[in-house]
Design a protein around this ligand. Structure first.
Ligand code: S3P
Length: 172
């Protein structure tokens, strides 16, 4: 599989709480590839947390940084990349992923997502008065875009080994 990947990365997309970071880490380990979390890269590049970037500079500034960080990560060769939930919505990023990677949508039921993101302190998009509705609205808006990923894998509650194996057979 890693030989077939060549220089392409495996890029996990999907909503907050779908498990991109935790499953991505496992997948990378299983395949002997490096792992990188795009949100963490953005925080390092900006020298502040994502919540602070949103608060001080606003979402458009964050999105621009996200687009640049994604370009750099995708150009850096084969790895497993966990993206922030909004990264795949950007057309330029999607085109670059199509050239440099294989996209995997980690799909999850709304209830599963909500249970995972209830403790939402570090997720500025969920800081409003009714975060559960916000999450469901995002889900409805974004599902048609996530559905354009090369592969879709369901993220269930519980151990993620099965999800990782499903990803591998989907990519092969
Ligand atoms: C966002 C998701 C977050 C983070 C930012 C915006 C989104 O990443 O990039 O808060 O637009 O869905 P996770 O999906 O890793 O929580």
């Amino acid at each position: 599989l890693t030989a077939a990947l060549g220089a392409r990365s495996i890029v996990l997309v999907g909503l907050m709480g779908s498990g991109k970071t935790s499953t991505g880490r496992r997948l990378a380990h299983r395949l002997g590839l490096g792992f990188v979390d795009a949100d963490a890269e953005i925080e390092t590049a900006a020298g502040m947390s994502i919540a602070d970037i949103f608060a001080r500079h606003g979402e458009p500034y964050f999105r621009d940084g996200e687009r640049r960080v994604m370009a750099r990560l995708l150009d850096a060769g084969p790895r497993v990349i966990a993206t922030g939930g909004g990264a795949f919505l950007n057309e330029e990023t999607r085109a670059r992923i199509a050239r440099r990677g294989i996209s995997v949508w980690l799909k999850a039921d709304p209830d599963v997502l909500w249970r995972r993101v209830r403790k939402r302190s570090h997720r500025p998009l969920l800081h409003g008065p009714d975060p559960e509705t916000t999450l469901r609205t995002l889900l409805e808006q974004r599902y048609p875009v996530y559905a354009r990923a090369d592969i879709t894998v369901m993220s269930h509650e519980g151990p993620q080994e099965a999800t990782v194996e499903e990803m591998i057979s989907g990519i092969e």
